[in-house]
Write a protein that binds this ligand. Structure first.
Ligand code: 5RP
Length: 220
């Protein structure tokens, strides 16, 4: 079993019958969703809110019942991946481009479990370029304003065209170097008018489950 699978499947041990779940996006939480699909077939009663169209399609294929975010006030648990995590439980997310929906879903979850492999646990966030979702209108201006904060933003591309999020927006991947004040940077970025949301998740993760390449799993 690979490290991502180990972490993804371990998180499902925290799921209980009757729970409303946030379903994250990416290749680690994929294993959680697959496991949940198995358990649903065996009679587990859960409902999920997907954080992307990809996750929505996967959950539908597996027969996991879904509800819309608008129809609920709170989720019991969200399981989602991350691109980097540190010992303060601060995360960089958005490598898959789903950061806005992921943050909305995480924000109403009583508990948020992050599933990663051991390569993603870092001392300082920032080696992975921070994804920042911006609106298309005037994106060059927003890129300039983000770069004035001390980063080197790059417009994310997909097959020679700008990558478009599920929300119809662009993504800037921003290299800031070591991020010392994740909360400050998160708030400063979100004050730029063209910025919709950024991939810094601070004070959101309650538990980090790490799949190690030696086959063990650690929980923080
Ligand atoms: C998507 C995300 C993912 O959770 C993050 O990119 C990790 O993905 P993976 O598990 O495939 O490495 O934030 O927006």
């Amino acid at each position: 079993m690979n490290a991502k699978q180990l972490a993804g499947e371990k998180a499902v041990e925290h799921v209980k019958d009757g729970m409303l779940l946030g379903l994250g996006t990416g290749s680690t939480v994929y294993w959680s969703i697959l496991k949940l699909g198995d358990l649903v077939k065996k009679g587990l009663n859960i409902k999920g809110v997907p954080t992307s169209t990809n996750t929505e399609k996967l959950a539908i294929n597996l027969g996991i019942p879904l509800v819309s975010l608008s129809s609920i006030n709170q989720l019991d648990l969200t399981i989602d991946g991350a691109d980097e995590a540190n010992r303060n439980f601060e995360l960089i997310k958005g490598g898959g481009g789903a950061l806005l929906r992921e943050k909305m879903v995480a924000s109403i979850s009583r508990r948020f479990i992050t599933v990663i492999d051991d390569t993603k646990m870092v001392t300082d966030l920032g080696e992975f370029p921070l994804p920042v979702e911006i609106i298309q209108f005037g994106w060059e201006l927003t890129l300039k304003q983000v770069s004035e904060l001390g980063s080197k933003p790059k417009l994310r591309m997909d097959n020679n065209a700008p990558f478009i999020t599920d929300n119809g927006n662009y993504i800037l991947d921003c290299y800031f170097g070591k991020i010392q004040d994740a909360n400050g940077l998160k708030n400063t970025l979100n004050m730029i008018p063209g910025v919709v949301e950024n991939g810094l998740f601070v004070n959101m993760a309650d538990t980090i489950i790490i799949g190690n390449k030696n086959g063990s799993v650690s929980t923080l």
